[in-house]
Design a protein around this ligand. Structure first.
Ligand SMILES: Nc1ncnc2c1ncn2[C@@H]1O[C@H](COP(=O)(O)OP(=O)(O)OP(=O)(O)O)[C@@H](O)[C@H]1O
Ligand SMILES: [Mg+2]
Length: 357
């Protein structure tokens, strides 16, 4: 509900405004003079101020000037309510930073229209602020998540370069460095590709691709990372191994990378992850990435495909919420579908359906 602060030294005028707005869903507050209005801003946090010009003490023009110099209140639209009618007086009102004015005696229809117009503007401003804040938070989070694997790489390399590092541990450390580099690459690629897809400038590079080969390549890239959690990564491929369909191989590879990275990241140690491909009787290709992790609650199964939606917060894993948004954009650009369902007895099944023709 929007809140409106009415500033007028004459309480009767407030009663008139209250009557005019009685059918509207606004929370009205009243201040009887300029100082009271300024002092009450922190308490009421109004979305709009209706400000009488002629008041004893600080007049409306000065109140408006003062409010507009305080940055946290600058964006509140101020409508001056004035008995003054000369053009120079009205110009004086607007020059103080007032957003609009309305003449006394106030007309109910005009008052409602001007309030609505100002509130629309305020709403747009608030939405933009929320978006900017989200962007700022995201940048902080992304930078943090880029630093983590980078630190892992540096730390691993330092150990590998030190003379005393035991030879028998080298392969394990190399695998860790490799997986950190892979996480870094996936995140950077997702960020760049989502921006490209959103710009509308992206074009699919469709070629006849053997999905079995694509799946084998993706799973083999993630074997080392899965091994670090002692997870087994297996693929179940159909007999028609060499059957090809038209896809953008690089993009679809990245989609699989994201689904595999999620399955590994969100599943417990010692569990199994299966990548399964089937060709349906209609000739469609159905790819499933099946895990036995925590799964995705029904209420979040659509939401997690939106940008920066991280679903259930989990500890000790990086959650930016970009990967699945990227997957959805790519799959839909192919005319396909992606969804998640529940695995039994527990876990998630991410399923992609691509048309075979
Ligand atoms: N296999 C899965 N099991 C359980 N939850 C999952 C799984 N895959 C994704 N999720 C949930 O969906 C959210 C969104 O996934 P998404 O891949 O878009 O982002 P992310 O993994 O958090 O970050 P990134 O942008 O690095 O991929 C995750 O944060 C997680 O809560
Ligand atoms: Mg992910």
């Amino acid at each position: 509900m929007y809140s409106i602060l009415v500033v007028d030294d004459e309480p009767d005028n407030f009663d008139v405004i209250e009557t005019f707005l009685s059918n509207q869903d606004y929370q009205l507050y009243y201040a009887a003079n300029g100082q009271e209005a300024i002092d009450s801003l922190d308490t009421y946090n109004p979305d709009l101020i209706l400000l009488d010009v002629m008041m004893p003490g600080i007049d409306g023009i000065e109140v408006c000037q003062q409010i507009k110099t305080i940055s946290k209140w600058q964006a509140i639209p101020i409508i001056m309510v004035t008995a003054l009618s000369s053009k120079s007086d009205l110009a004086r009102c607007l020059n103080t930073g007032a957003n609009d004015f309305i003449s006394k005696p106030v007309n109910a229809v005009e008052l409602r229209a001007r309030i609505e117009s100002m509130l629309r503007m305020k709403q747009q401003y608030d939405d933009l602020q929320t978006l900017l804040k989200l962007r700022e938070d995201m940048v902080k989070m992304v930078v943090h998540d880029l630093r983590n694997p980078l630190m892992g790489i540096f730390l691993g390399l330092e150990l590998l370069l030190s003379k005393d590092y035991p030879q028998e541990k080298q392969n394990r450390k190399l695998a860790q460095v490799y997986s950190s580099a892979q996480a870094l690459q996936l995140l950077i690629d997702d960020l760049l590709q989502v921006a490209l897809l959103e710009s509308g400038k992206f074009r699919l590079n469709l070629t006849a691709v053997t999905l079995c080969t694509l799946i084998q390549s993706a799973t083999s890239n993630f074997k080392a990372i899965a091994a670090q959690k002692n997870q087994s990564l297996v693929s179940q491929l159909p007999e028609e191994f060499s059957r090809a369909i038209l896809v953008d191989a690089t993009m679809m590879h990245r989609v699989l990378d994201n689904l595999l990275s999620n399955a590994i990241k969100f599943s417990p140690r010692n569990s199994q992850i299966v990548v399964k491909l089937e060709f349906t009787t209609f000739g469609d290709a159905k790819i499933q990435v099946i895990d036995s992790g925590p799964g995705v609650p029904d209420a979040l199964q659509q939401k997690i495909f939106e940008k920066y939606e991280i679903g259930t917060l989990m500890s000790d894993v990086s959650q930016i919420g970009l990967g699945l948004a990227f997957c959805k954009m790519v799959v839909e650009a192919h005319g396909g579908k992606i969804c998640v369902r529940n695995n039994q007895p527990q876990g998630a099944i991410f399923e992609i359906t691509l048309s075979g023709c």
